[in-house]
Ligand binder design. Structure first.
Ligand code: LRH
Ligand code: MN
Ligand code: MN
Length: 424
């Protein structure tokens, strides 16, 4: 399924007059509007290969059809998203779900779609067919060295595949932990995990990073061996300068102050990147910004402040990825919405009057500080995000265009109704 430039242009010209009226209003309201638009154009979000099909729960799965059947079709789906929003410029692969048989062909396809490879994800939370040892009681933490070695070797293999493809980072998420008190010696589990990670770290090329993703619960429900940002930071510090913490927004205990975690990780130079999503209860993997858009804005507010303080490049120095799952929405529509929400939160954070906020903080003017943040959050900056897309040659209203061209129906026609994408 291809959307041609002229089709995007004709869609945009239908919407242009209305868009320009809204844009003129915002440009007057926001003094750094042009700078924000440029930063938005430069900002790209990585799309997870495992989020292109319908997810499910342990109770069932209801596919909407036309799901990508292989890595090539996943890349084509992300190419389509990128064509529509010019902001989904990379793909994050999960191994072995996405092992590429023909590497040169996959690289060519990714380049042809204007994409690049984001972080590679390893998988030691499921047993694969023909695997010698089971991960039932953990992988890098396991009491048996042979199991640990198998998991280490898998991660090194993922790095090898990533090097061939041109990725520059490995994300390690471990399901390791325990389900009941007494099951695990916490200290030994930590030490085993650290030693295993050290072996993986030693296999990283000089220009690679490793992201240590933490998660408080699930599938283990008593303890998780990389359970929170403190534990992840311990590992990252002990591993060395190429190791960083990865923040998945759904991996915290309820009501955690994620923006504060982000600020401190940035301060320590140990924030590696994100898995964006949203949640109401647990690791719900819902559309970014669908539940707590103010939290997303507050996270970006810390990111902009902290990255500027450290002289970091907003678009290049952190890994910006989505990690989502879709049970009732079309996966591609959902991803378009997530990217839009992330862009909007970023734009809002860029529009915060920093000098005024610093002054309010220095004077303990709490009410004024709140006014400044909420002024940025409540001003409708969607026209700036749309303008960034327009200038980058993408669609003013990506979701409308997706529906206008019956993309899902076309995908069902070419791929079939009962296709299943590999992933969760
Ligand atoms: C674990 C997780 C991790 C996995 C992905 C499939 O909950 O967030 O990032 O790789 O889901
Ligand atoms: Mn994740
Ligand atoms: Mn998760």
């Amino acid at each position: 399924m291809n959307i041609e430039n002229y089709q995007i242009e004709s869609h945009n010209s239908d919407l242009l007059a209305k868009h320009q009226r809204k844009l003129a209003f915002v440009t007057e309201e926001v003094s750094n509007a042009q700078d924000i638009i440029q930063k938005l154009i430069d900002f790209q979000i990585g799309i997870p290969s495992w989020a292109l099909g319908t997810g499910g729960t342990r109770f069932g799965r209801f596919s909407s059809g036309g799901e990508p059947r292989n890595i090539e079709e996943k890349i084509e789906d992300i190419g389509l998203l990128h064509k529509l929003n010019a902001a989904s410029g990379s793909i994050s692969l999960h191994i072995p779900w996405d092992t590429a048989e023909n590497v040169p062909a996959i690289k060519a396809l990714v380049a042809q779609q204007g994409l690049s490879f984001d972080a590679m994800n390893s998988n030691t939370f499921q047993d694969q067919a023909n695997q010698a040892h089971s991960y039932k009681f953990g992988s890098l933490q396991h009491v048996d060295k042979a199991v640990r070695k198998q998991a280490i070797d898998h991660n090194i293999e993922v790095i090898r595949q990533g090097v061939e493809l041109g990725s520059k980072a490995l994300t390690v998420w471990l399901a390791d932990g325990s389900c009941f008190p007494g099951q695990l010696n916490f200290r030994k589990a930590f030490q085993n995990t650290l030693e295993s990670l050290q072996e993986i770290y030693a296999a990283l090329p000089a220009d690679w990073k490793v992201f240590v993703e933490y998660k408080a619960f699930e599938p283990n429900f008593y303890s998780t061996t990389v359970g929170d940002w403190g534990q992840s930071l311990l590992y990252a510090n002990k591993l060395g300068p190429k190791a960083f913490t990865l923040v998945d927004l759904g991996h915290h205990l309820p009501n955690a102050n994620i923006e504060q975690i982000v600020a401190l990780l940035l301060m320590e130079g140990k924030l590696g990147g994100f898995h964006f999503n949203d949640s109401k209860y647990g690791d719900d993997d819902l559309t970014a910004g669908s539940m707590k858009p103010y939290q997303l804005f507050l996270i970006f507010n810390e990111l902009v402040e902290g990255m500027d303080a450290r002289g970091m490049n907003h678009s290049k120095d952190l890994g910006w990825m989505i990690d989502a799952s879709h049970n009732v929405k079309d996966p591609l529509e959902d991803l378009l919405q997530s990217v839009e929400a992330i862009m909007l939160a970023y734009a809002q954070a860029l529009s915060v009057n920093r000098t005024a906020l610093q002054q309010a903080q220095a004077e303990n003017d709490v009410a004024r500080a709140q006014e400044i943040l909420q002024q940025a959050f409540r001003t409708d900056l969607r026209p700036l995000v749309a303008e960034a897309r327009l200038r980058a040659g993408a669609a003013l209203a990506p979701l409308d265009l997706f529906r206008k061209f019956n993309v899902r129906q076309e995908l069902i026609k070419s791929r079939g109704l009962n296709t299943v994408a590999t992933g969760l």
